[in-house]
Design a protein around this ligand. Structure first.
Ligand SMILES: Cc1cc2nc3c(=O)[nH]c(=O)nc-3n(C[C@H](O)[C@H](O)[C@H](O)COP(=O)(O)OP(=O)(O)OC[C@H]3O[C@@H](n4cnc5c(N)ncnc54)[C@H](O)[C@@H]3O)c2cc1C
Length: 391
């Protein structure tokens, strides 16, 4: 190991710092700011939305149970409205959508434009009073025992320290949680690479049906969520090692290029490549409780309800426990989004989709503001104040 004498500029302190501006981080930061907390949101790219926008996952899984009952509410619903407000959608009329293009959809879900949605997320966050820092990597939490005093960031401004009463890890890879010394579990991914493209056939159809949700197409390479299509012999990576990620991205793009070379070059264009690795699971917290997606089970510390996006999940009703968002030995760090404590299997499959990342983000943000401003502990929220957290 080499040692460097690094100068770290000390900057202002916040009630709440949120690391990562994906869907979970956006929901967490907005909820914290609405709760009255001085909130900083740190995002390593220059666009909000994470996998949903930069990662081109432009399908908002359902907020309903598939039998006409709305399950997820709160910021998750504000965001499905926001993603469909300024561009195409296919939300059915019965769920308040325009019904335009909805012949391909029955649930409270939608396709959306990742670019238009991301632009709208800036306004959503800034108008809520959140202080936003783009192009800034949260590198290390500064720990005093098990208490996090704030985070070091790296950006063109150099290394800086921001103090915080509560830190929320919404990084998608739990790097803050991991570097704080909290227990984590790594996932294993099949190789998936998705680009967006448009083609002449789609353009011709667009002229008659004006359905941009069908015009912007996914070019999916590799595996689906069940492992079908995973390249033979390729190792399944977690995504906690840069060499693995580089190889994963090179393989995905090489497969894409192979496919492109087999196509008529005058008939299509690749609209955009993904700006982040499309890994479904990287690393997540081992929390005070696990979310296991048990149909019909309710919890005293439930943060809210959700359904199941999978075809065999129609009619299933779940609650996510607040205990999945923290570990009892670390009093001021919360998890939000796909890094919550949800073992690989049903719990993790359900927790990781966009509406449920918004749900856990919102609950984390509300809890963080309460703790920062009222001095409550996570345990006291869990036993006495869940009415203030429930979404
Ligand atoms: C192939 C694939 C298909 C999917 N299909 C669907 C689907 O159809 N519908 C659906 O609803 N869900 C789908 N999902 C799941 C869903 O898109 C994601 O799980 C969800 O969007 C994750 O949100 P998040 O905010 O928790 O994390 P992320 O989206 O990963 O956001 C994390 C953010 O933190 C930033 N960040 C990371 N580290 C740092 C750091 N150290 N400092 C500062 N910023 C940092 C990142 O740049 C990113 O913006 C899919 C996922 C994959 C991979």
């Amino acid at each position: 190991m080499k040692e460097y004498n690094l100068k770290i500029r000390e900057r202002e302190s916040y009630d709440v710092i949120v690391a990562g501006g994906g869907i979970a981080g956006v929901a967490a930061a907005v909820a914290a700011a609405r709760g009255g907390a001085e909130t900083l949101l740190i995002e390593k790219s220059v666009n909000l939305g994470g996998l949903a926008t930069n990662g081109l996952i432009s399908w908002y899984e359902p907020l309903c149970d598939g039998q006409g009952n709305q399950m997820v509410k709160g910021i998750a619903e504000e965001l499905i409205k926001l993603c469909s407000q300024n561009s195409f959608d296919n939300i059915p009329k019965c769920w308040g959508g325009s019904g335009h293009n909805a012949s391909r959809n029955e649930r409270y879900s939608t396709y959306f434009s990742p670019t238009v949605f991301s632009a709208a997320l800036d306004e959503f966050v800034v108008n809520s009073g959140v202080k936003l820092r783009f192009d800034t990597l949260t590198t290390y939490p500064i720990m005093n025992g098990n208490i996090c005093e704030g985070v070091i960031t790296e950006s063109v401004s150099g290394a800086e320290f921001f103090g915080a009463k509560i830190v929320i890890d919404a990084t998608g890879d739990a790097s803050v949680i991991h570097r704080a010394g909290m227990p984590t579990v790594e996932g294993k991914n099949y190789m998936t690479y998705v680009a967006h493209y448009c083609d002449v056939t789609g353009a011709e159809r667009l002229c008659s049906d004006a359905d941009f949700s069908a015009f912007r197409k996914w070019m999916g390479i590799g595996s689906d969520m069940f492992g079908n299509g995973h390249p033979e012999g390729m190792k399944r990576i977690s995504g906690t090692n840069t060499d693995d990620i580089t190889e994963y991205m090179l393989t995905g793009k090489a497969c894409l290029l192979k496919k492109i070379k087999s196509m008529d070059k005058d008939s299509f264009d690749i609209m955009t490549l993904s700006f982040m690795p499309q890994l479904r699971t990287i690393r997540r917290l081992q929390g005070a409780a696990d979310f296991n997606a048990v149909d019909g089970e309710t919890y005293d510390d439930a943060i809210g309800n959700c359904g199941d996006f999978r075809p065999d999940g129609v009619g299933k009703h779940y609650q996510i426990p607040f205990g999945a968002l923290y570990n009892g030995n670390f009093p001021n760090i919360l998890a939000a989004g796909r890094v919550i404590s949800a073992p690989q299997g049903d719990g993790w499959e359900v927790a990781r989709v966009i509406p449920n990342c918004a749900l856990t983000g919102e609950a984390a943000g509300k809890a963080a503001a309460l703790c920062a401003l009222s001095g409550y502990s996570f345990e006291s929220i869990r036993s006495e104040h869940m009415d203030k957290i429930f979404v």
